[in-house]
Write a new protein. Structure first.
Length: 131
């Protein structure tokens, strides 16, 4: 079996993430798994995007983190995030941002060298300010 470059895997991941019918089927979150063969790493990564459920707009500055670890990331200007250095195991992943209801996905099984793609669509709750 020939080795596939990381760039090829990321392009495949981006293509899969853009398929709206897959997103619709999974109802507000999409999970894909791709395994790659890096030269020296045994860690995995989770990549994905935060979007507003109603508008579909990306959420800039949102937070995504692995529950019970110190691993997490902020989303960039187009809602993308990447968490690297994940050891094999089973995790819960949280996503959220100010004014949005946090979302949690449990029982995510991570294998050595995985690239797992998890997209969140968050519900806007507005911001309440008490005086």
């Amino acid at each position: 079996m020939s080795k596939i470059s990381l760039a090829s895997i990321v392009l495949l991941a981006l293509f899969l993430a853009s398929c709206s019918s897959v997103h619709d089927t999974l109802q507000s979150r999409a999970i894909y798994r791709v395994t790659y063969q890096p030269s020296m790493s045994t860690h995995a990564m989770i990549i994905g995007q935060l979007r507003d459920l109603k508008t579909g707009e990306p959420i800039e500055g949102g937070d995504v983190w692995l529950v019970g670890t110190n691993l997490g990331a902020h989303t960039d200007s187009i809602g993308n995030y990447r968490i690297e250095g994940i050891l094999p195991g089973t995790y819960s992943l949280m996503g959220g941002w100010l004014g949005y209801k946090p979302a949690r996905i449990d029982s995510i099984l991570i294998h050595q060298n995985d690239i797992v793609i998890i997209d969140f669509q968050l519900t806007n709750e507005g911001v309440r300010v008490d005086y």
